[in-house]
Design a protein around this ligand. Structure first.
Ligand SMILES: C[S@@+](CC[C@H](N)C(=O)[O-])C[C@H]1O[C@@H](n2cnc3c(N)ncnc32)[C@H](O)[C@@H]1O
Length: 281
């Protein structure tokens, strides 16, 4: 097969298996397998793909057709300025999370903040912040063994060992290891889907770890833990920025308020959906 034929074959396969945007996915696959830039097809389209490359490409395509997310198939994804390794067992970072990070950055006043990134997953938030705050110290807390593997690798591959410290632990107990008034910033994109809604999520999401998504009966378990146990860990004047799901804003705002937070704000994304709650203490 030539590269052009392989491209056509991939487009047809992905379109027929229900991909929302086969063109983008094929572009990503070509970039991953053949380092293809936008001139690649003009220069190489009629050349034959080697048997070895064709086999590897088709096998990945089949994995994708079975519903496996593209990001797991190619093994990496970017979030803000961070390039991250991802695979089964770790949540794929979403662009939506940028709202939480940008809101946080707009509130940080110090150049060397001490930050806790709770439920860090691949390290997307911690590493994105480390790219901006070179003098920060960022504690990235993650419980899952598989996710922690990616967190450690991503810290290393982004050369952030001096800034981001991975901590394997449960946010519902590890707060005891930090004294009150310790952090300048707490940021988190915790699991926040209601348990009863998990089975109805789109096919690709079922490949992602349930532990990264399940926020308990009302989806709010982690906001309770954070409001009650982590807010006291903020210094006076400290900042908290939490990603939330649509419809969770008022409940999270109330929890933070009941636990002493001030200036609590619900921030919407460009689509008008509730996406983040921020506050100070
Ligand atoms: C929604 S994901 C967010 C990952 C990452 N922060 C991001 O934005 O891409 C939530 C993460 O919380 C982790 N997690 C779940 N329960 C936890 C707990 N009790 N303590 C620490 N981390 C936990 C999951 O393993 C998962 O990596």
């Amino acid at each position: 097969m030539t590269y052009k034929e392989l491209q056509k074959y991939a487009l047809t396969s992905l379109a027929s298996c229900g991909s929302d945007c086969p063109e983008n996915e094929v572009r990503e696959l070509f970039r991953h397998f053949f380092s293809a830039d936008r001139f690649f097809m003009a220069e190489n389209g009629d050349k034959a793909v080697s048997d070895k490359d064709e086999k590897a490409f088709i096998s990945s395509l089949e994995k994708r057709e079975s519903g496996c997310p593209l990001q797991y198939v190619i093994g990496h994804w970017s979030f803000m300025d961070a390039e991250l390794e991802v695979g089964e067992g770790v949540l794929i970072p979403r662009d939506d999370t940028e709202v939480c990070v940008r809101e946080c950055m707009s509130m940080v006043k110090t150049e060397a903040p001490l930050i806790a990134d709770l439920c860090s997953g691949s390290g997307a938030i911690a590493i994105a912040l480390a790219k901006v705050y070179h003098n920060a110290r960022i504690i990235a807390v993650e419980l899952s063994e598989k996710a922690f593997y990616y967190l450690e690798r991503n810290i290393r591959s982004n050369n952030m060992q001096g800034i981001v410290e991975p901590v394997r632990g449960d946010i519902s107990s590890i707060f005891n290891e930090y004294q009150d008034g310790y952090f300048d910033v707490i940021i988190s994109n915790p699991p926040y889907i209601r348990t009863s809604e998990l089975s109805g999520l789109q096919r690709e999401v079922h490949f992602e770890p349930q532990m990264a998504l399940d926020g308990g009966k009302d989806g709010l378990d982690f906001y309770r833990i954070i409001s009650e146990n982590w807010l006291p860990k903020l210094k006076k004047g400290g900042i908290i920025s939490l990603e939330i799901g649509e419809g969770q804003g008022e409940a999270v705002k109330a929890m933070l308020g009941e636990n002493g937070a001030r200036n609590v704000r619900i921030v919407h994304d460009i689509g008008g959906l509730e996406r983040t709650v921020t506050a100070t203490i």
